[in-house]
Design a protein around this ligand. Structure first.
Ligand code: PMP
Length: 340
């Protein structure tokens, strides 16, 4: 057992967990990187730390300063906790459509939370543009800019990627994950490809996002459908996405995502949020496309704790056109086979 010098030292070095039943059913090793075990509860703790350390080293964030960010949740939580540990204040600009639990959580952690009406990226009232202006207008403030600040993907290239390489003894043959900012996918895949160019880098999208369209067809036009997954689903090529060299992309339906999160909860003891379900769905698609014998790694982003009132509420799911009945994992795999 070792002692960490501070809170920030507890971010990263997460376990890699074998998803036993899905591995058995596909003949592949399907492994989930347990990012939900980070101290702030998600993969975004790494991005928060990476962005803050980079800003400190460039003199953009000075002692007693304020971190400003537009975020729907996890990045805000990471920035607030890292900020608390390092003596920075945090102002979080959040669309007012987000679950009230998230805003409460951020307020209780000490962030100043400013809810704003939702607006598309093309509108100056979009939460990211507001965050930039708030930082410019505040004294000693820094805009984290997670979407286009490549310190986000860089921390994954220097920490998460090498951890996965070591944890699989270099056996990883494919890495697959969904895109919010693209930091996780770009950073990890660029490191893994630097070790072995044959490692497949795969994007998995929920319906309603445009990254699948971008990587498969080179345009952003196919953003059809919809998803209840929070934290993922990108419609533009961010600076972090632009860094990613992606071999292929898949899409996963929300009803398959739900089958996976129920399966992982009841059979593997993993209580995971929707983006993790989309990611594991992507891993199953990679397994089905390439056949048995692959070692496929994906990200278990956060737990279902922040989304219980949605993911586990049958009335809410029915209102959102999602079937309440359980689809077995075997039936889900059969449906996925007929899709590809
Ligand atoms: N899952 C969840 C729950 C998230 O909050 C995020 C980040 N918004 C992601 C996945 C995607 O991570 P990234 O921003 O690195 O693409």
């Amino acid at each position: 057992m070792s002692t960490h010098p501070d809170f920030c030292g507890t971010i990263g070095n997460t376990p890699l967990i074998r998803l036993n039943k899905l591995s058995e059913l596909t003949g592949c090793e399907i492994l989930g990187k347990a990012e939900f075990l980070n101290p702030g509860g998600s993969v975004k703790d790494r991005a928060a730390l990476g962005i803050v350390q980079d800003a400190e080293s460039k003199g953009l964030l000075k002692p007693g300063g304020t971190i400003v960010e537009g975020t729907a949740g996890n990045t805000g939580i990471g920035l607030t906790l890292v900020g608390n540990a390092k003596g920075y204040k945090t102002i979080i600009i959040i669309p007012n459509t987000q679950a009230p639990e998230k805003m409460e959580m951020l307020r209780n952690m000490g962030a100043e939370v400013r809810p704003v009406p939702p607006a598309p990226y093309s509108n100056p009232g979009n939460y990211n543009h507001i965050a930039k202006r708030v930082a410019e207008e505040s004294e000693n403030a820094f805009w984290a800019n997670q979407f286009d600040n490549t310190a986000n993907s860089e921390i994954h290239a220097t920490t998460t990627g090498p951890e996965i390489w070591k944890q699989t003894d270099g056996r990883v043959s494919a890495f697959v994950t969904a895109i919010g900012t693209g930091g996780t996918l770009a950073g990890i895949s660029s490191y893994l490809k630097s070790q072995n160019d044959a490692i497949q880098a795969v994007c998995v999208d929920p319906y309603g996002a445009a990254m699948w369209s971008w990587f498969k067809h080179g345009h952003l036009d196919f953003d059809d459908g919809d998803s209840i997954a929070e934290g993922i689903g990108q419609g533009r090529v961010t600076e972090n996405v632009a860094r990613a060299k992606i071999d292929t992309a898949y899409r996963v339906h929300d009803r398959h995502m739900l089958a996976i999160i129920r399966h992982l909860l009841h059979n593997e003891g993993l209580f995971l949020g929707a983006s993790s379900g989309i990611n594991v769905g992507g891993a199953v698609k990679v397994a089905l496309a390439g056949g048995p014998g692959q070692t496929i790694v994906t990200i278990l982003c956060d737990t279902a704790q922040k989304y219980m009132s949605r993911l586990f509420d049958q009335d809410w799911l029915t209102e959102n056109d999602l079937p309440p009945e359980d689809l077995s994992i075997e039936a889900m795999i059969d449906e996925m086979k007929s899709e590809s």
